[in-house]
Write a protein that binds this ligand. Structure first.
Ligand code: GUN
Length: 303
């Protein structure tokens, strides 16, 4: 059997189109559009490229967008004051502070200062708590797990009663996606197991999974014999395993990326599988846009 590919690149286009038309409708009916600010401290090249893509995507869907770049040595108090400024700015619905931050800044303090109703990353403890409670309490699911759940639903995979096994227990992927899949409601109602580095028989747990979500950061960790035939395999890993000349410009080197799953072998056993790249990756920024749109809709009382 050859698995059906769940392509994040295609689902992204569908969702961004939906957001664009909703933004146009809200603009017509309410005279406002969502506003997103991204705050970048320093010049980390990976962070610059993420933030540039976030801003470009926000522009594409019709948001107002601000890219606020600050020097690497900005005092913590100044960064806190900047966040307060955007907390009090009525035109801004979403505030995103790009991580990681320099060592002299307390990341936790920064994230906890963002107004939870503008925390479109879903990292503030209030939003983590809302996610844990579930149902109508949930405002901003963190973007990567939100994207994973959306991919599973749009692929038409049954989640109710499904055995979901999550590999990895990070705060930004493993813990939230496990929590989301066990909630009551559409796209959830699953029976969930989390496995991690101290789990004794990881392979045996994975073999039971109808939906296997792997976010371990270890290239090719999941072997084909760990996969139940027909299972839905979501590979969150983005591991740089080398470099190769770019297809567009052979004089420029680009990263060779591998997921956490042995894709070539796994696709012969799984029923559904996400590729790397082009799978979960494109969903994160897409769901950031959806969270920012939701932030405005909550404010307008239309959500
Ligand atoms: N750095 C890498 N990924 C992310 C993300 O999703 N949000 C923020 N704020 N920083 C990041």
């Amino acid at each position: 059997m050859s698995a059906k590919l769940i392509k994040g690149t295609e689902i992204r286009e569908e969702i961004l189109e939906e957001i664009t038309s909703e933004v146009a409708k809200i603009k017509e009916e309410h005279g406002v559009v969502p506003g997103l600010v991204t705050i970048l401290v320093g010049e980390n090249p990976a962070s610059i490229s993420y933030v540039t893509l976030k801003i470009k995507t926000a522009h594409r869907v019709g948001f107002t967008e601000i890219q606020d770049t600050q020097p690497i040595d900005i005092p913590e108090a100044d960064l806190l004051a900047l966040i307060e400024k955007y907390n009090n700015d009525d035109t801004i619905n979403g505030i995103l502070v790009q991580l990681p931050l320099p060592d002299h800044i307390d990341e936790k303090k920064i994230l906890n200062t963002i107004d939870p109703d503008k925390d479109v990353d879903g990292f503030h403890p209030v939003n983590v708590g809302r996610l844990m409670i579930g149902g109508n309490e949930v405002k901003f699911p963190p973007c990567t797990p939100f994207g994973i759940q959306e991919m599973i639903v749009r692929a038409g995979v049954e989640t109710s009663g499904a055995e979901v096994v999550v590999v990895g227990r990070s705060n930004i992927v493993g813990k939230p996606i496990a929590n989301m899949m066990l909630q009551k409601g559409d796209g959830a109602n699953s029976t969930v197991t989390i496995v991690h580095t101290r789990t004794k028989n990881m392979e045996e747990h994975c073999k039971r999974a109808d939906i296997l979500i792997v976010a371990a950061g270890v290239p090719n960790l999941v072997k084909p014999e760990w996969i139940k035939p027909g299972a839905c395999v979501i590979d969150v890993g983005v591991n740089r395993v080398g470099e190769k000349p770019s297809a567009k410009d052979p004089n420029r080197m680009v990263a060779v990326l591998r997921g956490d799953v042995d894709f070539d072998a796994a696709k012969e056993i799984a029923g559904y599988i996400t590729p790397v790249p082009g799978g979960v990756g494109p969903m994160t920024i897409t769901m950031l846009m959806l969270n920012t749109l939701k932030a405005l809709k909550y404010k307008l009382g239309i959500m």
